[in-house]
Design a protein around this ligand. Structure first.
Ligand code: ZN
Length: 326
């Protein structure tokens, strides 16, 4: 099974740059679909830059443009996770904004999606604040219940009494997909060409803002023992091993708005294994250089074919010829 994982973000109010960024995302997405034909695509949140405060009209415009950019056939399933720019940070999150998002993307704050025996756990990480707010509590309760179901789905637990009426899932540890990364102190250990720039890499992360809290991160690891965690939010790449065994990959931004070298991850998953590769999109600076050089060459070709210019060229050639004969 092949998957493409990406994260993106764009601005609601359109400026000239927004057109080129949206054009870049649309072309990149459509080309990736055409070449790779993935079964599923996960977008790890922050679909709308200003979804947290957009009016109904702006929201509808954003949704329409999103559908245009991420158009896909029924052969590909598109799963969109919730990010802080879609519904706001925890203190800005309301039931109205959450329901508005969930209705459009058919996504709930916690969900197990099983494909070909692989369990994908989709989490609204904005709601993992840990303060028992009604939305947070309901997400935590749901996750706890999923953890029990997954434990009962393994052979060793299946015969236990408390598992009798429990919903079952494929008997493999899940892959967690969410917007916020699990807790890490900074990006200091991150390497690679699309890791955070050196001047940002050592800045300490703030719990519940840049990354999940330590408590919420521990809970997710203890409850689910995931075989992989894929997250977004930071716009830069990072590979981290939590407790020396749980691999998390922070997927960089898919948009030129956030970086010159956007990328996405292509994954193949089985019930016991997975393989991931990173696909880089064209760099914005290279594309600008190609367009500028093409424009210069085109102008020169046009000028060469224009009569007045041909005349001027002839005079220059004659002068040069005379100079040589002297
Ligand atoms: Zn974010």
């Amino acid at each position: 099974m092949t998957l493409v994982v990406l994260v993106r973000r764009r601005k609601m109010k359109i400026a000239i740059n927004d057109f080129s960024w949206e054009w870049q995302m649309e072309r990149s997405f459509q080309t990736a679909l055409f070449l790779l034909r993935p079964e599923m695509v996960f977008i790890l949140g922050d679909v709308f830059d200003e979804g947290k405060w957009s009016s109904t009209k702006d929201w509808e415009d954003d949704v329409r443009r999103f559908k245009q950019i991420f158009y896909h056939s029924s052969n590909t399933e598109l799963v969109v996770l919730i990010g802080n720019h879609d519904i706001g940070f925890h203190h800005e999150m309301t039931s109205y904004k959450l329901e508005r998002f969930e209705k459009i993307f058919n996504m709930t704050s916690a969900k197990i999606l099983t494909k070909r025996g692989v369990n994908f756990l989709l989490v609204n990480s904005v709601a993992l604040h840990g303060d028992h707010c009604p939305i947070c509590q309901s997400v935590e309760d749901k996750l706890y219940s999923f953890a029990q179901q997954l434990n009962c789905s393994t052979q060793s637990d299946a015969t236990r009494n408390h598992c009798r009426d429990m919903q079952t899932h494929a008997s493999t540890p899940p892959i967690i997909l969410q917007h916020y990364p699990l807790y890490r102190t900074s990006d200091a250990e991150c390497t690679g060409e699309d890791a955070a720039p050196l001047n940002e890499r050592y800045q300490l992360f703030q719990e519940r803002y840049d990354v999940l809290s330590q408590d919420a991160s521990k809970k997710l690891l203890w409850w689910f023992q995931p075989r992989l965690i894929l997250s977004g939010h930071t716009h830069s790449s990072c590979e981290v091993f939590h407790e020396n065994r749980f691999l998390e990959i922070s997927v960089p931004s898919f948009s030129w708005r956030n970086r010159n070298n956007p990328s996405f991850i292509l994954g193949t998953f089985s019930t016991s294994d997975f393989a991931l590769s990173k696909c880089f999109l064209p760099e914005e600076s290279s594309i600008i250089a190609v367009y500028c050089s093409s424009a210069v060459v085109t102008v020169l070709i046009i000028l060469v074919h224009l009569r007045p210019f041909q005349g001027a060229l002839h005079i220059v050639n004659s002068l040069l010829g005379k100079k040589k004969s002297l």
